[in-house]
Design a binder for this molecule. Sequence first.
Ligand code: AMP
Length: 457
Amino acid sequence: MNLFASLPLLPALREAIDAAGYTEPTAVQAETLPAILAGRDVIAQAPTGSGKTAAFGLGLLQRLDVGGVRTQALVLCPTRELADQVAREVRRLAMAIPNVKLLLLTGGVPLGPQLASLTHAPHIVVGTPGRVADLLRRQALSAADIATLVLDEADRMLDMGFEEILEEIIGQLPRERQTLLFSATWPESVRQIARAALRSPLEVSVEGAVSQPEIAQWFHEVDTRDKPAALAALLQRHQPASTVVFCNTRDDADTLCDALQIKGFATAALHGKLEQRERDEVLIRFANGSLNVLVASDVAARGLDVKALACVVNYELPGDPDVYVHRIGRTARAGNTGLALSLVAAREMPRALRLGEHLGMPLPWAKIPPADGDAAPIPRAEMRTLRIEGGRSDKLRPGDLLGALTGEAGLAAQHIGKIDILATRAFVAVHREQADRALKALQAGKIKGRRFRVRKL
Ligand code: AMP
């Protein structure tokens, strides 16, 4: 029996759940939805990938009065990328409810357009604390009718120093409201804000990602200086379609990324020192299959859209076992099996011991496969990305690029992948074998009657 059927959900939400292909609720949904739909406050310890977004998304949509032009739900997330991901999932669940207006209000983008959009109050705001507080102070956004507050990845928000801003925002909300708090870990700072912001909440703890059998975890003892070669050998052995390698420092990330590139891996580094523009580009190329290995720091990887992440690597063990759990929870999301590989140098052994105690299991150790002539080939990225120097501000739409490529250029639609249009740039993924042909065609021809600069990345 489909357990969703036993919940008192609006027909439009049932329809969206069917359309999304969710046949059964995830554990966190099964445990929290009855309380959420009954209007109760809930705190859930739920890692990324547990389906928590749909749990609170369904809750806030169920209570929405679309007829009222008032902001009724506020979702706060630690980063722009995460907010973007949440907004997408909530929009997807709202698809069968006509006229729902959701606004994404995050920092890092100009304030002007956000102020303009706020002249008509959105029903739902998904945003980051700094920008939301700013808009409340300017009275561009009204807190008066907010009936649902969601604090998503509360631990991360507090880690990032948002505590005071959160208190400021929460202080302006109506006392009569539903508050839902989600957090992967449960430090005292989170408990404190939960005590202050929630009223006799239902507390739910979903089994940590670690105890889910679908993540295969392997630990490898390797000298620090042999780690790049060891990682290459492991990726050749396992051939994951997409991998995020977590490094503890930016220098490690850069050095490793160079070493993997020399070996022929399609890889890029993602860390805090990148400009937003470069960061967007790396994330797009990873999501569209043009890069298959992303070397990242924990901070930079937050909010990464990782629906199909096949493998997570700990290039070095993190000092905090919760960070390990959080990292590996990014693979094996809803239904997929995952792989988590860790490289451990002798001096990291005390961390490995602590981790084993935290996980309550002996760590499974494995040997690095020999890099001999029988080694499998370097896993290749299926796609390449073409960057077009034109975007939304040139009124470019995905159909225009698709048309230009399948029309005169004569590419088959199945060789064209994801198309991302940003304000002034657009990215189209093209099958590796067809990339040069597509590049030439776009450089020689016109898109929407205009010529644009195009580059292969
Ligand atoms: P989250 O933990 O919210 O980041 O969700 C992880 C992924 O699981 C997202 O890609 C969702 O689309 C997906 N998902 C959420 N609920 C379900 C469900 N009941 N069945 C299958 N997939 C789901």
